[in-house]
Design a protein around this ligand. Structure first.
Ligand SMILES: Nc1ncnc2c1ncn2[C@@H]1O[C@H](COP(=O)(O)OP(=O)(O)OP(=O)(O)O)[C@@H](O)[C@H]1O
Ligand SMILES: [Mg+2]
Length: 233
């Protein structure tokens, strides 16, 4: 579902990734560990086609992202749900409108507007179910601006769930959550991926949260230093 082939990346003179080769299969759930600055978010940005790697290639379901732009890139992105480290919520919109934005990739502009202004019964049910999963059923009508940092992260996860993407990239979904809630939210992502046979890559800072993943990868200094399949997989 996602493959990196000999990927190196530098931001100007700062070399961040070196010789990263990695393939994540459909339905595989991968925890990505690595200290701050190791290059985890950079790997995600490459998967999303935010920019091209300095060398090597990145493929999503066999499609090389190099040179894709416009509609072709949009079509690939619609298949990927990204829970950004910075959440990427629109503060002025309600929590539920932010969640519904997860469906925009498969809609036209008019369809997206309609989904926000007068969502169908199906959309409303999907949003309600996703917010229930992340424990925010009672906050649907609040403005995104008015929910806490940890809750914003959970809204972003609900948005990823309604997208029903084949590849889910979650960048530190457990950050700013207490340990109990962190475990619950990681479990929500694991279950959602399993039920839909989606690939999940989740960056984490706490090794204890890797329980339940099929595979644990550690990135250090731009290299993959550990790649372990867990006994359960
Ligand atoms: N746009 C940029 N320009 C220059 N340097 C950058 C840029 N983005 C990231 N970097 C640098 O690249 C390195 C890797 O960054 P990245 O965000 O991928 O790390 P990370 O593993 O996600 O870290 P964290 O756990 O803190 O989120 C860091 O040293 C960072 O400062
Ligand atoms: Mg990061």
């Amino acid at each position: 579902m996602l493959a990196y082939r000999g990927v190196a990346h530098a931001y100007g003179a700062r070399r961040v990734l070196e010789g990263v080769t990695l393939a994540v299969q459909r339905g595989e759930r991968v925890a990505l560990l690595g200290s701050s600055g190791a290059g985890k978010t950079t790997l995600f940005r490459l998967a999303y086609g935010a920019f091209a790697p300095t060398s090597g290639s990145v493929l999503v379901d066999g499609i090389d992202l190099a040179g894709l732009s416009g509609n072709a890139l949009r079509a690939v992105r619609a298949r990927i749900a990204v829970v950004f480290q910075q959440h990427g919520l629109i503060d002025q919109l309600s929590v539920s409108a932010n969640v519904i934005a997860g469906t925009f990739g498969r809609r036209t502009t008019i369809g997206a507007l309609r989904a926000v202004l007068s969502p169908s019964a199906d959309d409303r049910a999907a949003v309600a179910a996703a917010l229930e999963h992340v424990g925010l059923a009672d906050r649907a009508r609040d403005r995104a601006f008015d929910v806490s940092g940890g809750q914003r992260g959970r809204v972003a996860i609900a948005r990823a769930i309604v997208q029903r993407a084949e590849l889910v990239l979650a960048d530190e979904p457990a950050a700013s959550l207490d340990p109990l809630l962190a475990r619950e939210i990681v479990d929500v992502l694991l279950t959602d991926a399993q039920e839909r046979d989606a690939a999940l890559v989740c960056t984490l800072h706490q090794p204890e949260l890797t329980r339940g993943f099929d595979r644990v990868i550690t990135l250090e200094g731009g290299h993959i230093v550990h790649d372990t399949r867990t006994a359960a997989a």
